[in-house]
Ligand binder design. Structure first.
Ligand code: IDC
Length: 336
């Protein structure tokens, strides 16, 4: 009798296990697979020869979205926005564009405290979501980065001290040098800023802008910065303006072994407005993917301009529907 009772108990136990635990077990792998993030998959990125690679040395392509200036559109520095971009768009990198000399820029009357707090939030949200994040010192009107070099050095020192342990951070030290700024000038600026960053952060990738709105990567390739690792050089394009001859410039640089990163591009004209050119844009994406070059699209905002990814009627900051997207936004989401 006793043994029957034992058997009965065993069957009961088995049945209860069969109906409760397996469901959890079955769900477990799916959950953990879902929890894999770009960062948990790839770890801290580094530069190997001309390529961006993951912690195991395998090539990685970052596919990113840039904010508009955080001084203009702070509302998109928000965890729900980033999560939508990660989960619904397949974006693995956010660029935080902080203008230095434009509307409330860091060096032109903007609140340094507020701007840095936005950067801190952006880095934190990206880290929590396992996304990479670029801290972009967005020079533009201040054509020559040397103009605010002192402030740049102290800003990046502070960032590097704070974020040296963050595996998801990259530093972009000068968005687009332009005007009469020569590569020589940028190099001298870069050496000071890189030295400041490397005092604290020995590893995270640093992006260096190139002359003529970050187009002259071929010039940089003739004389890259020596003595530091994990440096890349920015190339920017706007597909309705920059075509074949610009792809040749990139090719020249890559062939010389320069690590190139497209930290900003748009599919409009270089003004950020006017026509978009999807067929040139598709050529660019094919070109970049073939060379395993990362690309970050300008810009996530609802500004009424053709490079903005949202329609100006869209007031949402998350869960964007197709009807919320501009033509550029629809195109980019499809690319991703
Ligand atoms: C543009 C913005 C526009 C803003 C302007 C300020 O799209 O809303 O009024 O800057 O000067 C760049 C720059 C980037 C530009 C963009 C389009 O890095 O700041 O943004 N662009 O003009 N380089 C080439 C194009």
């Amino acid at each position: 009798m006793k043994t029957y009772f034992k058997k009965f108990l065993c069957i009961l136990l088995a049945l209860s296990l069969a109906f409760s635990i397996p469901a959890e077990i079955a769900a477990a792998p799916a959950k953990s697979a879902k929890r894999q993030t770009p960062l948990s998959k790839n770890g801290r990125l580094k530069v190997k020869k001309a390529s961006l690679v993951n912690s195991k040395g395998k090539p990685v392509i970052l596919k990113g979205v840039s904010t508009h200036g955080i001084n203009w559109f702070p509302e998109y520095v928000n965890p729900d926005t980033f999560k939508t971009l990660r989960d619904k768009w397949n974006v693995n990198c956010i660029r935080l564009a902080m203008y230095t000399e434009d509307y409330n820029g860091y060096c032109s009357g903007g609140s340094k405290k507020e701007l840095k707090s936005l950067i801190d939030k952006g880095v934190k949200y990206a880290a929590e979501l396992g996304m990479y994040v670029i801290i972009d010192w967005h020079i533009l009107n201040d054509s020559n980065p040397n103009k605010h070099k002192k402030q740049a050095v102290s800003f990046f020192k502070e960032m590097a001290k704070k974020y040296r342990k963050n595996k998801n951070v990259m530093y972009e030290i000068c968005n687009e040098p332009n005007g009469n700024t020569r590569w020589k000038d940028i190099k001298s600026y870069a050496k000071s800023v890189i030295k400041a960053i490397r005092t604290y952060d020995k590893k995270n990738v640093i992006l260096v802008g190139t002359p003529t709105w970050s187009q002259d990567v071929d010039t940089a390739a003739d004389s890259p910065i020596k003595g530091y690792s994990n440096l890349m050089y920015s190339f920017h394009f706007y597909a309705a303006t920059h075509k074949d001859s610009y792809r040749s410039k990139v090719d020249k640089a890559v062939k010389k072994g320069l690590p190139v990163f497209v930290s900003e591009f748009g599919i409009s004209e270089s003004s950020g407005n006017g026509k978009i050119n999807k067929s040139e844009a598709n050529k660019w994406i094919k070109f970049l993917k073939k060379r395993k070059i990362s690309f970050v699209c300008w810009n996530l905002s609802n500004k009424n301009e053709s490079c903005a990814l949202l329609k100006s009627s869209c007031k949402k900051t998350k869960g964007f529907k197709s009807s919320d997207l501009s033509a550029a936004g629809k195109w980019f989401k499809k690319v991703l």
